[in-house]
Design a protein around this ligand. Structure first.
Ligand code: FAD
Length: 262
């Protein structure tokens, strides 16, 4: 089975500067890490390969330093990494991001199964996977806890619906987004890191993709435009109570009752 796992490098800290002009995060100066949700996606891909055979590629779209997450995924056990990086991809919203990812997928050939994390810890939209599936015109299921392969090129998956778990069947090729804690991701192997002679990372730029029209990528190709980014306004209405502990507690209870908290 040809499996592709999409992974993203995200800020490793909440302290990320924002470009005031464009409203875009300055990712190149921020501390980074692999999106934690993508570790579950990689683990699911590796488990399927171990059970049914095939290979697992990992793909990321991002700046050149995003290669680090591909290397980490290869140390976990992925066969090779694909880095989609080009100045024209910068400033992409979710639609442009998933379109770019799909162009990379088309360039690399047919995959039977594409796996994404449920969401990221920065953009947090949980839309990239489903939008990529729509561009590819393949079926998809989100929030998946478990994947099994059936005879005849179909998968049986358990989908988390929060209040219940549904058992669903889906034909291949398809796209699955994996729920948090669906499995226990393995650690990157030190042995693999030390003995791996050459890690295969395929680098793709705009000119390598089937669609080379710059209008379809990055900020220009994004239907969403950020008008302004600002920290939420704090509504701090302070009230000071005076008196002894009993009087303050009574006053406090009165306010809570008035505002229907108790
Ligand atoms: C107008 C606008 C401008 C933006 N400009 C920038 C910018 O300049 N630079 C920037 O980095 N972000 C930018 N963003 C944010 C960017 O669009 C999102 O980070 C991106 O679309 C992914 O969405 P998400 O983080 O919500 O991922 P989700 O949809 O929550 O992620 C779900 C899963 O999709 C996969 N996935 C998500 N992103 C990637 C990726 N890049 N590569 C591979 N797999 C992925 C992963 O498996 C992930 O677990 C911008 C957003 C907007 C609206």
């Amino acid at each position: 089975m040809r499996i592709l796992v999409c992974i993203k490098q995200v800020p490793g800290t909440a302290k990320v500067d924002v470009d005031e002009k464009t409203g875009v995060l300055k990712r190149d100066t921020a501390e980074t890490k692999m999106n934690p949700f993508d570790l579950f996606a990689i683990e699911e891909g590796l488990k399927i390969r171990e059970k049914y055979g095939g290979n697992v590629d990992v793909l990321t779209m991002g700046p050149s330093q995003a290669e680090a997450v591909l290397v980490e995924a290869v140390w976990m056990g992925a066969d090779r990494g694909i880095l989609l990086s080009d100045r024209n991809f910068a400033g992409a919203d979710v639609a442009a991001t998933s379109y770019t990812i799909v162009q990379g997928i088309r360039k690399m050939g047919d995959y039977d199964l594409i796996i994404c994390g449920k969401q990221t810890t920065d953009g947090d939209t949980a839309q990239t996977g489903p939008e990529a599936a729509e561009f590819l015109q393949i079926e998809h299921i989100s929030n998946v806890l478990e994947i099994e392969r059936k005879e005849g090129g179909r998968l049986v998956v358990l989908e988390n619906q929060d209040d219940c778990v549904r058992k669903l069947e889906i034909p291949l090729p398809c796209l699955i987004t994996v729920e948090k804690n669906a499995n226990t991701p393995r650690l990157p192997s030190l042995k693999r890191a030390l003995t791996e002679k050459q890690i295969e990372i395929i680098k793709l730029e705009l000119r390598d993709l089937p669609d080379t029209d710059t209008n379809h990528y990055g900020l220009t190709g994004s239907p969403t435009q950020v008008e302004r980014i600002f920290p939420p306004e704090k509504k701090e209405t302070k009230q000071m109570f005076e008196g002894n502990a009993g009087q303050i507690a009574a006053k406090f209870k009165e306010i809570l009752t008035e505002q229907k908290f108790v």
